[in-house]
Design a protein around this ligand. Structure first.
Ligand SMILES: Nc1ncnc2c1ncn2[C@@H]1O[C@H](COP(=O)(O)OP(=O)(O)OP(=O)(O)O)[C@@H](O)[C@H]1O
Ligand SMILES: [Mg+2]
Length: 434
């Protein structure tokens, strides 16, 4: 070693520290790259991103390579520093042991500051700036050192197996819940309205057609066996474009009549029972329990926009339209912006709410931002009866899911209306938001 001058060794040491800094920085940069952004950039043809993505495909190799490189230079640096230290310090009559101790201390501080903390912090703050160019060098190094890296990985995984740890395939596909968090955390990057829509789309699979259907009793339908004058009037006054046609019993459905067809027949004065039956369109049936995301796709595939929900016995449960599903996605658009509650909910002078108990619980929760359980009965009436296990009499008071409810009117074995007190509402705002 005496052949090499001390100043040459110092320069070499400096270079080693720089290389060490490069490895430390690249490691942090590669590992903190945002995988989703990376995939997006790579998809757009960004060269550095593509390269980084490919390297991250095999994180074991990448880490192996970086650690081999980093440790190699660090250990070499320490040997060289020791030689320099001994040469320099012995000139001042410092003995060998003390020289080694001093060089170790000094080198540790230098490596920590210049080859670890600084490059890693910088890389963590600007991962792409470091990772994209550095992945080029890493790629070539990997080609060169692949046998070494592979050997190292075989030995390490052998050791891990000895310790009873199986190598796990990392899977960084997002789960539903993670995707939700991503959308939430996107914060200002995605406008609030869009965030809500994205979350609603994710929710579609949790909601089934029964949850949003127009109940059987609320379907606007005509009985072909009724007096034809009445049918004529019902068609003319129909609030809906498609009217269900049945024979005597709604379970004996014939089809949908489109108002356009009915009005055309009426204008030609050809409107009769037989021409009506001929103009009727076949019904598209939807099995109970179909999740909304599935139904949305089915509507599209079958080029339908209205369907009848049937249970396993073929009995009609309700009606669902494409518009109803789309409203689930853009829901808050039409509900929460409304400042006056819908007709089923009436604000009383004392601030309590008089509510039609046949209201759909999901609609009620949405409109009032309440939190009644939606996994059981669909209507408020059903929920209260299930809770009490009995049909209550008027003036019964109860506490259900933290809401103070007073039964106002009961008729035909059904709760018709209830009053809900606002002062008993759970104070979600004070507890959660801050
Ligand atoms: N025959 C019907 N009986 C009861 N509710 C219906 C009926 N047809 C549609 N609806 C409901 O009316 C709302 C609007 O649906 P949709 O837009 O499909 O019907 P529309 O407004 O009558 O027709 P269009 O928009 O094609 O003119 C939805 O909530 C849907 O469930
Ligand atoms: Mg419409």
């Amino acid at each position: 070693m005496d052949a090499i001058s001390t100043s040459a060794l110092l320069i070499f040491l400096l270079v080693l520290i720089l290389i060490s800094a490069y490895f430390s920085g690249s490691e942090t940069a590669m590992m903190t790259l945002n995988r989703y952004r990376l995939r997006h950039l790579a998809g757009n043809g960004h060269k550095g991103a593509k390269r980084a993505l490919k390297m991250l495909d095999r994180p074991d190799r990448l880490i192996g390579l970086i650690l081999i490189g980093n440790n190699l230079v660090n250990i070499l640096a320490s040997s060289i520093a020791t030689i320099i230290g001994m040469r320099v310090l012995t000139q001042y009559n410092i003995d060998e042991a003390a020289s080694i101790a001093i060089t170790t201390g000094v080198l540790t501080v230098i490596i920590l500051i210049f080859a670890e903390v600084t490059p890693k912090t910088y890389a963590a703050l600007h991962p792409e700036r470091i990772a994209f160019p550095s992945s080029l060098l890493l790629k070539w190094l990997l080609l060169l050192l692949l046998p070494l890296v592979k050997g190292l990985n075989i030995i390490t995984s052998g050791f891990l197996r000895l310790l009873g740890i199986k190598s796990v395939q990392t899977n960084d596909a997002l789960s539903q819940e993670e995707l939700r968090t991503v959308v939430h955390e996107a914060g200002a990057l995605i406008p609030q309205r869009h965030q809500e829509m994205l979350l609603s789309i994710l929710d579609l699979e949790k909601v089934t057609v029964e949850d949003i259907m127009i109940a059987r009793s609320d379907i606007y339908a005509i009985n072909v066996n009724d007096d034809f004058k009445l049918i004529n009037k019902q068609v003319t006054q129909s609030p809906h474009t498609r009217v269900l046609v049945y024979r005597d019993n709604i379970d004996d459905v014939v089809g949908f009549i489109h108002l356009r067809d009915a009005l055309r027949l009426q204008s030609k004065e050809q409107f009769s029972k037989s021409s009506l039956l001929r103009a009727v369109k076949e019904i598209y049936f939807i099995p109970e329990g179909t999740p909304l995301n599935v139904q949305l796709a089915n509507f599209q595939q079958n080029k339908e926009r209205i369907g009848i929900v049937v249970d396993e016995y073929g009995d009609i449960q309700g009606l669902v339209t494409l518009e109803d599903i789309l409203e689930e996605i853009v829901g808050d658009f039409t509900t929460s912006m409304i400042t006056t509650p819908s007709e089923d909910i009436n604000v009383q002078q004392d601030g309590s709410f008089l509510i039609d108990a046949t209201i759909n619980i999901r609609d009620l929760n949405k409109e009032m931002k309440w939190d009644f359980p939606t996994d059981g009965p669909k209507t408020l009436n059903g929920l209260i009866i299930e809770y009490l296990e009995d049909i209550p009499v008027a003036n019964t008071s109860l506490r259900l899911a933290d809401y103070h409810i007073e039964v106002i009117e009961v008729a035909d074995n059904m709760i018709k209306s209830v009053r809900i007190m606002p002062n008993s509402l759970p104070s979600t705002n004070d507890t959660e938001d801050d």
